[in-house]
Design a protein around this ligand. Structure first.
Ligand code: ADE
Length: 422
């Protein structure tokens, strides 16, 4: 039965009022999504849809959840990372009647339990950040896939995995790669990750960044954002890469590029942003300076091999929230932030609302597209239409009070005339 009553499980309903204030703060900084809410609440564009979501429970996500509901859909939600849930926000959503299963510090078993609860909604649409919900539908609840019209995916790691699934013929319904929209990854991944990752590092350590050797593993969009912001704080940025073009970009951005084997010995702060496992392993810990700080901003917690560090550790203790001190046999201390999970969401609040405004506008418009045309889409990973990107960017600019030029008819003719030359 589609409409069965789902309940909720959160840490403390008593935090609801505080969460509600936070959500209101985010709403005041997400004008594009709020305008979409108004339009599609009137049209009831998602009426009849059942949306299961698995995405970090933050104040910005709550704005998205409220918007999906306002457009007429039923919703059930879980967090997509055991350490990223903001308990006050989860409480506020639960108090509003949202079937939400999320609390900070859940273990892996509870994580999948929470996803399973949201699947009791028998979704027609799935919304993912990291693809754990889609994988659960495909691998553990395959009987539900028939009813799913389509899904959306928020993050680079999730999109990579889903493209691999599609290539192997294993994907069972169409997915829209929200991550690959220009208005998502050129903004959220760069400016969002840059600011929120440094925010997480500072909340967990309060160290001075100026003059530090700040090692960024991976110079994709997320690494680029972290490097840019660390440089802006006066750090000496060192990038490590495996891809020649990315390494070259880092060089031309003015960063030093080194293999991790060399960077390990000189870094003061390390952040991984690669989407790859085992970026920092035993030999790197063995080379690190006393006091080195290590953290990750990639989706999964496999980039720093904490098992290797544990094997080298003679004693460990939490010395501040989200900051664990590992003492090695020779007395050197290495500090791990947020247990190697996303430092920007576990130790801070994730990307600022202003950036998530565009990411979640893309999520919301993608759900509407799937509700309208999903049954006609091929079972593949689909991109966001270019027109949507330009429309959203134009909208965002107007909310910022920024005007731009327009091509004249003559300029358009010139642009389209392949014969004109010198
Ligand atoms: N991913 C990164 N920042 C986020 C935020 N503020 N809300 C939800 N997902 C995020």
């Amino acid at each position: 039965m589609a409409n069965r009553q789902l309940s909720h499980k959160v840490a403390d309903l008593g935090l609801a009022e505080q969460g509600c204030l936070k959500i209101g703060w985010a709403e005041s900084r997400m004008p594009v999504l709020m305008a979409l809410r108004q339009t599609h609440a009137a049209r009831q564009s998602l009426k009849g849809m059942r949306v299961a979501g698995c995405l970090h429970v933050t104040k910005e996500t709550a704005v998205l959840v409220r918007t999906i509901q306002a457009a007429g859909a039923q919703v059930a939600w879980s967090g997509c990372n055991p350490l990223s849930t903001q308990d006050d926000v989860a409480a506020a959503l639960a108090a509003e009647g949202v079937p939400i299963y999320a609390w900070h510090g859940m273990n892996v078993e509870e994580f999948y339990w929470a996803i399973d609860r949201t699947l009791e909604l028998r979704p027609t649409l799935t919304l993912d950040d990291g693809a754990d919900l889609i994988f659960s539908v495909h691998n553990r609840h395959a009987e539900l896939a028939r009813e799913v019209i389509g899904g959306t995916e928020e993050t680079t790691t999730g999109v990579h995995r889903l493209r691999a699934m599609a290539a192997a013929g294993a994907l069972k319904y169409p997915v829209i790669a929200v991550n690959d929209a220009e208005t998502k990854w050129d903004f959220d991944n760069v400016f969002g990750t840059g600011q929120s990752s440094l925010d997480g590092i500072l909340r967990a350590t309060s160290v001075l960044l100026a003059g530090k050797n700040f090692v960024v593993a991976g110079f994709g969009h997320c690494g680029w954002g972290c490097a840019m912001r660390a440089k802006g704080q006066g750090a000496n940025v060192i990038c490590t890469e495996v891809k020649p073009t990315a390494a070259l970009k880092a060089v031309l951005h003015g960063h030093r590029v080194l293999p991790m084997d060399e960077a390990a010995a000189i870094g003061d702060i390390f952040i991984t942003a690669t989407g790859m496992k085992d970026v920092i392993v035993r030999r790197h810990f063995e080379a690190m300076k006393d006091g080195a700080i290590v953290c990750n901003t990639g989706h999964y917690d496999c980039e720093i091999n904490l098992k290797h560090l544990d094997e080298l550790t003679v004693s460990a203790r939490e010395i501040r929230p989200n900051c664990d001190e590992h003492t090695l046999a020779d007395g050197r201390r290495i500090y791990v932030l947020a247990k190697g999970r996303l430092v920007n969401l576990a130790a801070a609040e994730g990307h600022p609302s202003e950036v998530m405004d565009m990411s979640f506008a893309n999520q919301f418009l993608s759900l509407i597209r799937l509700a309208r045309e999903g049954r006609d889409l091929t079972v593949a990973v689909h991109d966001i239409p270019e027109a949507q990107d330009q429309e959203l960017a134009g909208w965002k600019l107007r909310t910022l009070g920024v005007g731009i030029d327009q091509l004249t008819p003559e300029q358009i003719r010139y642009r389209d005339d392949f014969a004109s030359g010198t």
